[in-house]
Ligand binder design. Structure first.
Ligand SMILES: CC(C)(COP(=O)(O)OP(=O)(O)OC[C@H]1O[C@@H](n2cnc3c(N)ncnc32)[C@H](O)[C@@H]1OP(=O)(O)O)[C@@H](O)C(=O)NCCC(=O)NCCS
Length: 255
């Protein structure tokens, strides 16, 4: 098994993009990040055996952090240590740059979460029902956010609402979340509110929301408190019994 690191700015060898796409298509019902494989802005670690791609992981810089993404080992190669090797190599690439990491880890099973813990990253948020229809149609997968960054919560400077139709997620960022905006968040899809210390007390007393933990906003490159709407997507995510191996430490929210 060979692991090759492709640094940002490097093109993959001919045929490699298609081979990595095939790896993802074989494991997922719908994978939204295929276009990232051809992007030259990322660190990519690719595992091959006998000219076949059997594992992939990438990382891309977003503000002050590197976001780890796309970790996948093909079904026939799992359980033999390849995932751990990919994680280690990718993590070392980022740490060698003197940077910290962020990752939103799926909860299909505990393997990926255990690997993040073993790298020394810690869980900082749990998002229930975060991923729709990725592994199987009708699935509402959940996620645990891990980081090795030192978190300092900042007040959002600007209000924004970002809706991602493909991923069926909405993010409302505000230092002072408005009840009328909260009431208008989607009832069926994942919805979250990022706020600072000022909005914390208001959100904590808001029926229909739960404190998910800390979340990093790539737009302002800051950490905020993250509240999740306890809507139909949340209920469905809970019903599907996510495997959550680790819970974030009790947040110092000063309520
Ligand atoms: C997560 C994933 C990449 C791990 O790859 P892998 O090659 O199977 O992982 P490894 O063989 O290195 O195993 C890592 C650890 O997971 C655990 N593990 C692996 N397979 C396991 C199994 N079948 N049953 C129980 N534990 C298992 C072991 O604790 C192992 O630790 P060890 O080194 O002490 O034995 C792979 O399962 C995968 O592609 N999953 C689907 C995609 C995914 O979840 N990606 C992560 C997105 S955040």
């Amino acid at each position: 098994m060979n692991l090759t690191v492709y640094e940002p700015g490097t093109d993959l060898p001919p045929g490699m993009v298609a081979a990595v796409h095939e790896l993802f298509r074989a494991s997922y019902h719908r994978y939204h990040y295929l276009a990232e494989v051809a992007s030259t802005g990322r660190i990519k670690v690719i595992a091959t055996a006998h000219d076949r791609v059997c594992g992939y992981a990438s990382a891309s810089r977003t503000g002050k952090l590197y976001r780890l993404a796309n970790l996948l080992v093909d079904l026939g190669s799992r359980g033999a240590g390849l995932g751990r090797r990919l994680e280690r190599v990718r993590y070392d690439c980022v740490r060698d740059r003197g940077m910290s990491c962020y990752v939103s880890c799926t909860c299909e099973d505990s393997t990926s979460q255990v690997l993040k813990l073993d790298l020394g990253m810690r869980p900082v948020a749990v998002k229930i029902g975060y991923r729709a229809d990725v592994v199987r149609p009708g699935e509402r997968g959940s996620a645990v956010v891990f980081t090795d960054d030192a978190i300092e919560v900042a007040e959002p400077q600007d209000d924004s609402i970002v809706r991602n139709d493909a991923l069926r997620r909405t993010r409302y960022v505000s230092a002072d979340p408005k009840p009328e905006v909260l009431a208008g968040l989607p009832a069926d899809d994942f919805a979250e509110v990022l706020t600072g210390s000022g909005g914390l007390r208001r959100m904590a007393g808001m029926p229909g929301f739960r404190l998910a933990g800390h979340e990093y906003d790539a737009v302002d490159a800051q950490w905020h408190y993250c509240f999740q709407a306890c809507n139909a997507a949340y209920e469905e995510g809970m019903r599907q019994q996510p495997t959550i191996a680790v819970m974030p430490e009790q947040l110092d929210v000063g309520l």
